[in-house]
Write a protein that binds this ligand. Structure first.
Ligand code: ZN
Length: 508
């Protein structure tokens, strides 16, 4: 038997080089992605897409190369792995997972899929505009077929859909989600019904009006600074759909969208993306430049954006301090509104068709509908053309409303056109993780509410850095929630939080 004569230090050095290169390519792809969505000239997009495709393919090639396979093999051997540092061990584990998964996909099949989803994404925008679901069916059928083939190649877990869930939330299963979502539904639906029937509806008229864009921008920047967002390690731009992109430890950019007649869109969009960015800006510098220097999962990432947006930003304590600041920014606009009325107004609960416009409470029901439909697609063979009927029936059942057309129904989200099946649950997981983490914060940080009400957001940010942010991908999602709360993920924290908050707001 011949053993490799290359010393472990050499193998490790090369492994770090190659994974570092993948990270660097990822950063450049991130800049290109940011640029395309924040004002790149329209005429340059087709060639830019090809450039992005070429660099992605090169990154894919390195991550699935024979050399990478050999390096991972040597480093993950039972003799070597335990001798590596904690960071290198995790890096090997992560790279092995990607390598094993990607090697199973024939590169040609993968390339075809990238082209298909990129075409489908641009087609979707127009089809949605024109309310043309039948036009979307051929794309959707192909994308679903590709995903079914990927699942076969990757190997189905307990169910085919479990394989897709694992892409976004490592370790999460449908059994677990069925339980969590079942509990959530059991407590949230009665609350939504009680609010509609007996709730004392807040006034929201003052949220509409004319709110100068430059002033909205100034207030967004002010709030970001208050949260501890580092403008020397990021920037705020505009895009149609707000997003955050973490390019490297010193560059986590966010975008928002200013609507002249709606004060809350930019405000809460900015706080949401700011929460994502705080996570990326505060990862341990030891992880900088490695593949571990990013949030650990979509669910944990969403927990941070949603925690800041809803639990802090839509909280009573927050507006006790920041409402006078808001009034100062918009003199004469909110004169007859109290901080309490503003707090109630930004927490209006109202079943609607559109997920991204949904309130904090009904939002989870939108997610559960998508989750159930995705399970039907991959575990029960539901066909794409039957989606509108299933979609509308589920909206009737969960929210007692029926979409008047597919644009505001089954066509509303971009995810399926990009092939992101299994992604939606991350949003509700984020709400659950966030509530469980905030429950600990409220017990561990004395007088957290008082601090927030005094405009001191730093103690919370520091605590979250210590508990969540600094770990990057060094800890898995289940390890994070266990280390923060001493428990696995539970739905009860979110249910308790929502019941307490909304029974108070609606005087139930
Ligand atoms: Zn988000």
């Amino acid at each position: 038997m011949t053993e490799s004569k290359t010393p472990v230090t050499e193998t490790l050095k090369r492994f770090r080089e190659l994974t570092g290169l993948i990270k660097q390519y990822g950063e450049i792809l991130g800049v290109a992605y940011w640029d395309m969505r924040t004002g790149a000239p329209r005429k340059g997009i087709p060639l830019r897409s090809e450039a992005v495709g070429a660099l992605s393919a090169e990154s894919f090639r390195i991550s699935t190369s024979d050399e990478m396979g050999e390096l991972i093999d040597r480093l993950s051997s039972s003799a070597t792995l335990p001798t590596l540092s904690r960071i290198d061990r995790r890096l090997v584990e992560e790279s092995k997972k990607d390598y094993d998964r990607n090697r199973k996909l024939p590169p040609e099949l993968y390339r075809e899929y990238v082209v298909l989803t990129s075409q489908a994404e641009s087609a979707w925008e127009e089809l949605k505009e024109n309310n043309d679901f039948p036009g979307f069916v051929p794309y959707l059928e192909k994308i679903i077929d590709f995903n079914r083939r990927f699942i076969e190649l990757w190997g189905a877990k307990a169910t085919p859909y479990d394989t897709l869930l694992d892409l976004y939330e490592p370790g999460l299963t449908t059994t677990e989600l069925d339980r969590l979502f079942g509990e959530l539904r059991g407590r949230l639906v009665p609350l939504v019904i009680a609010i509609a029937k007996d709730g004392n509806r807040p006034d929201t008229s003052f949220l509409e009006g004319t709110y100068d864009k430059e002033t909205q921008k100034a207030f967004s920047k002010f709030i970001l600074k208050e949260m501890g967002y580092d403008f020397e390690a990021g920037r705020l731009d505009e895009s149609v759909h707000p997003f955050m992109t973490g390019l490297n430890l010193g560059d986590a950019r966010i975008t928002t969208r200013y609507l002249p007649h709606d004060l809350t869109s930019a405000l809460f969009g900015t706080i949401h993306e700011g929460g994502h960015a705080l996570y990326e800006q505060n990862i341990d510098p030891e992880l900088a430049g490695t593949l571990l220097c990013s949030g650990t999962s979509m669910g944990i990432h969403e927990s941070q954006s949603r925690l800041w947006e809803n639990m802090v930003g839509r909280g009573r304590a927050f507006w006790q301090h920041y409402f006078p600041e808001l009034k100062k920014h918009f003199p004469g606009k909110l004169d007859n509104v109290s901080a309490e009325a503003f707090y109630r107004g930004v927490n209006l609960v109202e079943p609607g068709f559109i997920r991204i416009d949904a309130d904090e409470l009904t939002y989870n029901l939108h997610i559960m509908i998508r989750y159930e439909i995705e399970k039907m697609l991959f575990n029960e063979g539901l066909s794409a053309r039957d989606l509108p009927e299933v979609w509308n029936a589920k909206y009737m059942e969960a929210l007692s409303i029926e979409p008047p057309n597919d644009s505001v129904g089954v066509l509303q989200d971009t995810h399926w056109s990009g092939g992101a099946f299994g992604y939606f649950p991350s949003y509700s997981l984020g709400n659950m993780y966030g509530a469980q983490i905030m429950d600990v914060a409220n017990r561990k940080l004395p007088a957290l509410d008082d601090q927030i009400a005094a405009g001191q957001l730093h103690p919370l940010k520091e605590w979250l850095t210590e508990q969540v942010y600094r770990h990057g991908k060094l800890l898995q999602p289940a390890e994070i929630i266990q280390s923060v709360s001493g428990q696995e993920l539970k739905s009860s924290y979110l249910c308790d939080y929502l019941e307490t908050k909304y029974k108070d707001i609606y005087h139930l």
